[in-house]
Design a protein around this ligand. Sequence first.
Ligand SMILES: [Zn+2]
Length: 689
Amino acid sequence: MRVFRISLLIAMAAAPAGAQQWLNADTSKKVNQSNFRSLEDWPAPNEFRSASGAPGGRYWQQKVDYTIRTSLDTVAHAVTGSERMTYHNNSPDKIGYLWLQLDQNVERQDSRAATMTRALPPKLANLSPAALRAIGLGEPFDGGFKLDRVELVDATGGKTKAKYYVNGTALRIDLASPIAAGQASVVEIDWHFNVPENGRNTQRNARDKVKDGWEYEVAQWYPRAAVYDDVNGWQTDQFISQGEFYLEFGDYDVSITVPHDHIVRATGTLVNPEQVLTATQRSRLASAWTSKEPVFIVSPAEVMKPSSRPAGTGPLTWHFTAKNTRDFAWASSKTFIWDAMGFAYHPGQTPIELHSVYPRDGMPLWDKYSTKAIRQTMITYGRMAFEYPYPQASNVHGSVGGMEYPMIAFCGARPRPDGTFDESLPFRLISVTIHEVGHNWFPMIVATDERKWGWMDEGMNSFVQYYGEKDWDQSYPSRRGPAKLIVPYMKDPNQTSLMTETDFVFANYGNQAYSKPAAGLVMLREQLLGPESFDRAFGEYAKRWMFKKPQPADFFRSMAQGAGEQLNYFWRGWFYTTYANDQAIKSVETQNARDLVGTESKGKFYNRITIQQLGGLVLPIIMDVTFDDGSKQRIKLPADTWRFNEREFPYGFFSDKGVSGVVLDPDEALADINRDNNTWKKPAPLPIP
Ligand SMILES: [Zn+2]
């Protein structure tokens, strides 16, 4: 069937003379209110961040290297550490003092996170200990960093006590003299802290008692340089737990001393396997890299058997190095079963090591799915963003529900203590693994500011995660991604725009930072740009910002430039406002075309479908039109349809048959919040009296 598009002419002809066409039809307003206009909130491009969305010609970022010696005390549940931090000033500025992040201080009784007015439930009586801790109540805990030594190291290696100041979760260290551009400075810090049980105020690092003993997930655990960049200067936002972290890239050399019977996984590469693994384990590892299935390095039967550890009884030091990462985390336990396999993108490539560690409590799921889900992540993210550039990726079972660090993820999904589980649990484990390992791309490598822009890491990551799940299984029950899953949130009067900074988002952070941006990007890919155009632009964005620090406008500009599309209406509608999509059919009129244009149009119908936009969000129009003979026609109109009038559009077309029905957004692909006004059916003819 041929469909003639004449609606633009009709729309212009239908507009009364002098009518104003902007969204807010207030003629006293001289301001252009069109949602298609440029975004006034964007910073002007400059030599550091270009108008194309790429890093500018004079883009710079700091580099911070760490050498850390640490030990775990499994009686006191405490971590003690000593670090040497080398701060390379690549900025054009003189740096007179350093700011560091002291994220453990969130666990202090008087921390801002503990005292902040969270949504306090009306009755405390029935709350679990974990829920009480989450609102800063429960049994007292001596948390937070104790700083034992802070010293400046001069060029000759001489050390002097530093003047320093602690402000909540931030530490300022005054330097003896400013670091000039291109120069470096060294500080040394000794510290210790108690590892919180089950995460307390934050779900980032924890100890967890499983069947065979304690597991330790150690993160945000050493004083870490805050970011100094061209946008914030020093980014000193307090850690109050929702906004995760924003750090500089650097090289790490970390020695971790733990009890003899422990197995350690960490960021980076283990450089002394002959000191901490048995000969059997080393040969199993060597065979794992070419295996098509995960290989047990420590099998369930071997856990905690002396034969699974090198001879001797004293503490062992596990030595790891990592290059160009923005953080370092680790996990240690005597309860760990360990499996591993390799993954290569290309024949001849040194395989990337994929590791999973979990206690018996994680069986029978972790052995089946964890390492394979890491492999899936490598494949999908490798295709949509860039190939994984690090030598290994690990997944660790523990009480942290889901958290990411470079090369290491903490995931919580596990069976009940009796080994039973719901049907949904395998999917939860696969999803959380793809998600947390996927964070290696966003924001561990495409290193966005998580303290400010939750959607740039959680949303972008949840978006790619959705495709990882589809790659795993076309009928995977994804919780995030498809537009129709975000509809209930789009109706929520309390939602905050995606451009609300992370720590101001009071309620519904999961929808705000994860689901809505993921659904928006799926819509942008599938409905607005098409997969080919989207993927080209998205891949370019990811690659141009690898190991760099993009801001929101860098992403928006990269996508618009790469796709060659003016996407202001979409950035404004989906990211800067809480507009919803509510397209409605106002009327459908069908006339015999002969009455309009003469006998040569005999047998043709002129149809006019008037569509309204009641929710403020500009999106394309997708509709299925059914004709009198039952045949169907899919009509797709670009978002530009709304350029002259964002409230109402009369779409006109000729057809050979009369229209008997219309359905807007038939695939529920545009998150339309009210489907009651999406359908029209030709009324049945009146009975002849
Ligand atoms: Zn996440």
